[in-house]
Design a protein around this ligand. Sequence first.
Ligand code: PFF
Length: 460
Amino acid sequence: MQQQEAAGQAPRTSLHGHWSSRLAFILAVTGSAVGLGNIWKFPYLAGQNGGGAFVLVYLLCVFVIGMPVMMSEILIGRRGRRNPVATMALLGEEEGHSRRWQWVGAMAVVTGLFILSYYSVVAGWTLAYVQKSMSGVFVGASPAQVSAVFESFTGSWAQVGIAHTLFMAVTIFVVARGVERGLEQAVKFMVPALILLMLILLGYSINSGSFGLGFKFMFSPNFAALSWDGVLAAMGQAFFTLSLGMGAVMAYGAYLPEETSITSTSAVVILADTAIAILAGLVIFPLVFANGLNPSEGPGLVFDTLPLAFGQMRGGVFFATIFFVLLAFAAWTSALGLMEPAVAWLVEHSHRTRAQAAVMVGGLVWSVGFGTVLSFNALSGFRLLRGTIYDNLDYITSNVMLPLGGLLITIFAAWVMCRNSSADELGGAGAIFKSWRFLARYVAPVAIAFIFLRAVGVLG
Ligand code: PFF
């Protein structure tokens, strides 16, 4: 009875207003999705995990798990229309279950902050690379010279710390002022410009002589090179790149107008995000092979390959500068999504102003970020469990917390919410709804649980 009432209620509105259009929402979610995950993280993970097989598993995870999870997050967000913690509590109760679902929201918020702590450090690298590109150090540089620039920069905790501080400061500033229309505008310009520059780089890569090798590395699957840990990394990356499992998309969904189609919106965002990651791989791997670099070198991969290409290109100083500016922007729009749920929660729970909340949350994240800053220099020799402090943070957030968050969110949407409520959000109980429900009830949860248990060694 309670469930039927829930399904038949009048539409709820968000306290913070709604997106002006479907395009505005698509841009905001795309802005959150497209970031360092596509251009920095995807290529280096693919490189570390043997290429083709990783890419294939990643693509499968994006479409088979990512799509239903994204739809689940948006539909929960739109139905609750509050911050992720409050939304989960409200809907948990309304659907006749328990307010305790709020802990899923709380876990999501904490995950976002941990991710931001290292995301900001790498975003700081891109800021530093704007300045380095402008200075012309990469012009005509050899692979050894380019990697020496990276080593000496990341080797200095002070330089990396300053860049991280700068990036956090701008993020705090924008979050404090509220997510303005300016950002929507920035995304509208930034994503196409980033694609354009990537296409220019692709042209260069195609002519570099090793395009075939790079292409083969990315698309011919060698399953012998992929461990279960690599499969888990591919799934973690699917969550990371689509900003899933931590309430960011849920928070944005809260401002989505009633009549917008959740399915087609998710499809557009997922296709755009995937296209950019694949494009990044197609640019980077040919450069790796053309220059005798090691595809599995890790987080420095992009910073060691792209400057080489720019350094040999006519107008390279200009293009390199623009590229790193755009990458910093892409990181920035993602960072806002990482911080927003925590700030929204603090504002609603403690009656602090938005500016105070942004400074408090940002300050905390900034200090935790020094763990990552030091992972590449003073504490690079300090190893526990998975490696450096950065390696551990990355593993726990991407490979454990995001899939767990995504699993619980999907279970909530597909099993706890009554059929009428979810059908209501997905535009009726037609074929799309049925496919979503099948994927969200069975396929995604089983796949997530299986991959996770297999990778940690519980299943065989
Ligand atoms: N999706 C972003 C990227 O690929 O760079 C990272 C991210 C942003 C994850 C926002 C989660 C999030 F809420």
